[in-house]
Design a binder for this molecule. Structure first.
Ligand SMILES: [Ca+2]
Ligand SMILES: [Ca+2]
Length: 202
């Protein structure tokens, strides 16, 4: 799928060259030249008045949405990348935390790009992987992965993309997933998250 997507994406000239033929037989004026991008997430900066439409699941009932004035953030030395809030997954031991949002993938989507900012604070020895975080679409291979070894001292941008061919015109659930082991907590913070669909009718 990735191969076919990259072919389509890299052969934009070819597509436009054959566009005349497509338009001639299909009369697809509405689909001609309509390339662009659309944001699929709602409340990707976590700063809305409510948590909607994010769905939170936490085995240890952790408060995943934290405001800038939360004492836990001051203690951790973390501030939201965008005010007022961020999300934190992990912290507890033996935790499985999911933060998910279902989006509608446009029928003309050719790729999905996930981006945002992350902070990782750990009590683990960073020589070994104990605690893990993933950004993924349910049913798809994980797009991005982090561990306690990626602990950092400032917000770090992340980005990854996947072909949207298998998801075109469907609902897809994007999520962060965190798993921690039985000791030494790791907190994974995320903020200003985006899922952008690149659209190109052909
Ligand atoms: Ca924010
Ligand atoms: Ca741990």
């Amino acid at each position: 799928m990735g191969g076919s997507t990259s072919v389509a994406g890299s052969s934009g000239g070819a597509l436009s060259a054959t566009g005349g033929a497509l338009g001639a037989d299909g009369g697809t004026s509405s689909a001609t030249g309509s390339c662009g991008e659309v944001e699929l997430l709602t409340n990707g900066n976590f700063d809305g008045a409510t948590h909607a439409p994010w769905i939170v699941q936490s085995a240890q009932a952790q408060p995943l949405f934290l405001g800038w004035a939360d004492p836990a953030l001051a203690e951790a030395g973390v501030s939201p990348y965008s005010l007022d809030n961020l999300v934190m997954l992990g912290l507890a031991d033996s935790e499985v935390a999911l933060l998910s949002q279902t989006v509608s993938v446009p029928a003309s989507a050719i790729s999905l790009k996930v981006s945002g900012f992350m902070r990782i604070v750990t009590n683990e020895d960073t020589s070994t992987v104990f605690d893990r975080a993933y950004a993924e679409f349910v049913g798809q291979p994980a797009l991005l992965a982090w561990t306690n070894q990626n602990a950092n001292t400032d917000w770090t941008a992340f980005a990854g993309s996947l072909s949207a061919v298998a998801l075109q015109g469907q609902s897809a659930t994007f999520r962060f997933r965190v798993t921690t082991d039985a000791g030494a907590p790791t907190s994974f913070y995320f903020d200003s998250v985006s899922v952008v669909a690149s659209l190109c009718a052909n």
